[in-house]
Design a protein around this ligand. Structure first.
Ligand SMILES: [Zn+2]
Ligand SMILES: [Zn+2]
Length: 134
């Protein structure tokens, strides 16, 4: 599937080819800290399937719980998270952040990982008071 995306302010943009079966939720502690949210949704795809345009994203390097370095790409201006990758020689596969994808409504998660750090209230949000708008 061909997708396109951008950060919130639009300075960083991309086009990519992805497999919708590879959309996944990550409940790890780093994803919670880096998104400010309960979990992160990404789709992985080969680096060569992504073409960037606009301003190059800023890169933050972290050491994952696995002990390997991960590179996190985000817009230097608006801060939107866009991609993640390993370092050489693990650079081949990139993760694209679901929220940056224009066609995200068509992309439902297919699996979950790092469930041991998942919050325990996710299955209960259906029961919370809800409004259509703020
Ligand atoms: Zn931006
Ligand atoms: Zn994670």
């Amino acid at each position: 599937m061909n997708i396109e995306g951008q950060c919130h302010c639009g300075q960083v943009a991309y086009r990519a080819e992805i497999d919708p079966q590879k959309v996944a939720i990550c409940h790890c502690n780093d994803c919670q800290a880096l998104t400010g949210c309960a979990f992160r949704i990404s789709v992985s795809t080969p680096r060569e399937a992504i073409s960037l345009s606009g301003t190059p994203p800023k890169v933050y390097r972290k050491i994952a719980e696995s002990g390997r370095a991960r590179l996190l790409y985000f817009c230097a201006d608006c801060g939107s998270p866009l991609f993640s990758s390993g370092e050489d020689p693990d650079q081949g596969e990139w993760g694209i952040r679901w929220g940056s994808i224009r066609q995200r409504r068509e992309l439902a998660p297919q699996r979950q990982k790092w469930c041991r750090s998942a919050v325990d209230w996710l299955d209960r949000i259906d029961a919370l008071p809800a409004r259509e708008q703020e």
